[in-house]
Design a protein around this ligand. Structure first.
Ligand code: ADP
Length: 163
């Protein structure tokens, strides 16, 4: 059984992430979406909320998909899940430097787990969670970048007065 892990912060999950998940789920027998706690990024949403959002949004996607929280070293997490691949999305040039470095170091940590890069649909390439949050904080519409229920979650979160 081919298992891949797709790790990320998903703060919040965007249409770009969903597209990568759909493509990834086609490629493997089981896709494990690893939602990092990542306190260093000071996420807008707590990990429990991000987990619930991702679970809700992938519910309709074909294939075996699991959504799991993790706060360990990525390669340890991947190994514990029985994965042979790490899935990452690659956007134009912006992601390259960081992803190249991370894949290279992860290769050194575990030669048996391969990093695989997928490209989202061209129309979804510019989407980034960070910009979605910025637009929403300034009152802009994020409806073209995230699923409808996520746009609602972000609006509700901002109205409730937290970050
Ligand atoms: P991280 O905190 O690791 O950057 P993110 O939640 O931002 O995690 O993203 C997880 C993965 O999804 C990363 O590989 C990122 O490059 C990819 N990704 C995010 N947005 C897009 C997009 N619009 N198109 C393609 N890949 C994307």
């Amino acid at each position: 059984m081919k298992i891949a892990v797709y790790p990320g912060t998903f703060d919040p999950v965007t249409l770009g992430h969903i597209d990568i998940i759909r493509r990834g789920a086609h490629l493997v027998d089981k896709l494990v979406i690893g939602v990092t706690t990542n306190p260093s990024k000071e996420p807008m949403f707590a990990v429990v909320d991000r987990l619930a959002m991702v679970k809700r949004e992938v519910a309709g996607i074909a294939g075996q998909i699991e959504v799991v929280e993790f706060d360990s070293l990525l390669m340890d997490f991947a190994e514990s899940q029985g994965a042979t691949a790490i899935l990452r999305g690659l956007r134009a040039v912006a992601d390259f430097e960081y992803e190249f470095q991370m894949a290279g170091m992860n290769q050194k940590l575990n030669e048996n787990i391969e990093t695989v890069f997928l490209m989202a649909d061209v129309s979804l390439q510019p989407i980034a969670s960070k910009l979605v949050k910025e637009i929403a904080r300034f009152g802009g519409s994020i409806d073209k970048f995230v699923p409808p229920a996520v746009a609602e979650d972000v609006r509700r979160h901002l109205i409730s007065g937290s970050r």
